[in-house]
Design a protein around this ligand. Structure first.
Ligand code: FAD
Length: 489
């Protein structure tokens, strides 16, 4: 197969939170920017059937595999929205599509407290700078807001109101969580004018109503509107090697069934990796294993972490637990938990029995960055290791149990159905630790004009809260540092 040759001043790999922000800021600085994204575009139309749903999953739910940890069904093979990587102790899920995980996440945008931030980033990032400059910028770019009163008061959100009452009785601090959701579209869902998506708890394979403020319709759309950004979907980067002052980047052009229809090489003067924890670490470890980037720091692949905890409680009066998403309530049990700070966010469980009350939560508690990615040359892929049985990891589940115990004590009849430190997770971060594998501005050690801007920069934690807002804030910061070099200022 012939290999097509191209050139780019700036090449960004990946279109999640980080890649979209990098593309926008480069374009605003006048830099012509090419963006390669392995997944397809997912335009939401009036039919409201762009994505698969949990009720009827098909190949749109899974990246080039008939299996997904989120369904028992065997799927047709397509360039679907979620890749899963079965690791030791953890099955990681990572998004694929223009918009990255913003297409299908719960969209919760949470800044850690000063204490939690320091616990995750002491010596790596300055908290005052992040809090004063980059978190506000990330919030402004993403556009997030809490659930409005009229939506919360609808029957769809009965379990959220039930949860808030339980938290008040237990004396556990909580507040409405900021979400990257267009609430006017949610109101349209409630009125039956759009496909029931968030109100029906259907977002993990994508949001069919158009209520998701995903990067493809917000930040990346702004970048494309400048006329300086070209996004090539279904373009899977397979290799990077140095060429002159920049890099030669190989990529496969795919069809929607994942077949390679053309091969390409781009000579990029500046290369910005934003392929996410899995994608970026995979590309760098492969380049080192192949001898293309032999001088990468030994820390590449290290300081990986997963602080996700999934819980379910039942034994309460029926509260419509299958509806009312994506989340509403942020529980900040950050001061009084005797084991460790705990964050919980409620979300609907679509298969919950209608005649029982349930409250399901996704949460986080600090864990150490004990995970790692290695490279298996025979399989030509990364291997993930997460010591889920390590007492330092299990302490997170113990801390969450303490929060649940107080909720159960304040809610007669209720009990914990399960409390699981994530064995399947989308909140995994780390692998290219900022300040170790890169300089303080994300410039990769051991390479020229190569930058990382995404979730792999975090040292295995975003401070016991879900990572997206922190990923976006860090991306905004490191992009601001790399733009002058790329723009030649
Ligand atoms: C199901 C799910 C739900 C989540 N919910 C929340 C939430 O509610 N709140 C929260 O804070 N966090 C949440 N997260 C985590 C959060 O979304 C991620 O931390 C965040 O998206 C990371 O951003 P990123 O830009 O680093 O990478 P991503 O958003 O993962 O984007 C990386 C992009 O790079 C592309 N890519 C990868 N490899 C290649 C390649 N070789 N060539 C070309 N393109 C490539 C991918 O297809 C993807 O589009 C969730 C994650 C998942 C998976």
């Amino acid at each position: 197969m012939e290999t097509h040759q191209h050139r780019a001043d700036a090449l960004v790999v990946g279109t999640g939170y980080a890649g979209s922000i990098a593309a926008l800021r480069l374009a605003e600085a006048g830099v012509a920017t090419l963006v390669l994204e392995r997944g397809r575009r997912w335009p939401v139309g009036p039919e409201g059937d762009t994505f698969a749903t949990q009720h009827a999953p098909d190949g749109r739910a899974s990246w080039l595999s008939p299996r997904s940890p989120l369904t028992d069904r065997t799927l047709d093979i397509r360039t679907g929205v979620l890749e899963s990587l079965e690791g030791e102790g953890l099955t990681m899920i990572a998004a694929a599509g223009v918009g990255g995980a913003s297409l299908l996440s719960n969209g919760t945008m949470v800044e850690p407290s000063a204490a939690l931030f320091e616990r995750a980033f002491a010596g790596v990032l300055d908290r005052d700078e992040m809090h004063d400059v980059w978190y506000p910028e990330a919030r402004e770019l993403i556009g997030c807001s809490p659930i409005p009163k009229d939506v919360l008061e609808s029957d769809f959100y009965r379990s959220s109101r039930d949860f808030m009452e339980q938290l008040d009785r237990a004396g556990i601090p909580h507040e409405p969580v900021d979400l990257a959701v267009d609430w006017d579209v949610v109101r349209e869902e409630m009125a039956g004018r759009r496909t029931a998506s968030h109100i029906a708890g259907l977002n993990v394979f994508g949001v069919n109503s158009g209520a998701q403020r995903s990067m493809d319709v917000t930040v990346l759309a702004r970048a494309e509107a400048t006329g300086r950004v070209e996004v090539r979907p279904l373009s899977r980067v397979t290799g990077i090697r140095p060429a002159g002052e920049g890099h030669l980047v190989s990529y496969d052009e795919l069809d929607e069934g994942g077949r390679v229809v053309a091969r390409h090489e781009v000579r990029a003067a500046h290369l910005v990796l934003a392929a996410g924890t899995l994608g970026t670490t995979r590309l760098l470890l492969r380049a080192r294993a192949e001898g293309a980037l032999p001088d990468l720091d030994a820390s590449v692949g290290s300081r990986v972490g997963n602080s996700e905890v999934i819980t379910a409680r039942t034994g309460m009066a029926p509260n419509n637990p299958a509806q009312g998403g994506p989340c509403s309530v942020l529980v900040r049990d950050w001061e009084d938990n005797p084991y460790a700070p705990v964050t919980l966010l409620n979300f609907p469980w679509v298969d919950a029995p209608a005649d029982e009350g349930w409250i399901t939560t996704i949460g986080a508690s600090p864990t150490e960055p004990l995970g790692s990615f290695g490279y298996d040359a025979d399989a030509d892929d990364v291997v993930l290791n997460w010591p889920v049985e390590d007492p330092r990891v299990q302490r997170a589940a113990r801390a969450v149990q303490d929060t649940l115990d107080r909720l159960n004590a304040a809610t007669p009849g209720s009990r914990t159905a399960f409390n699981r430190i994530g064995t399947t997770g989308g909140n995994v971060v780390g692998g290219v630790p900022l300040g170790l594998a890169t300089d303080a501005g994300g410039r990769v050690h051991g390479a020229r004009n190569l930058y990382v801007v995404d979730s792999s920069l975090l040292h295995g934690s975003s401070g016991a809260v879900p990572p997206a807002l922190t990923v976006a804030a860090v991306a905004a910061r490191v992009t601001s540092l790399l733009v002058p070099s790329v723009a030649g200022r």
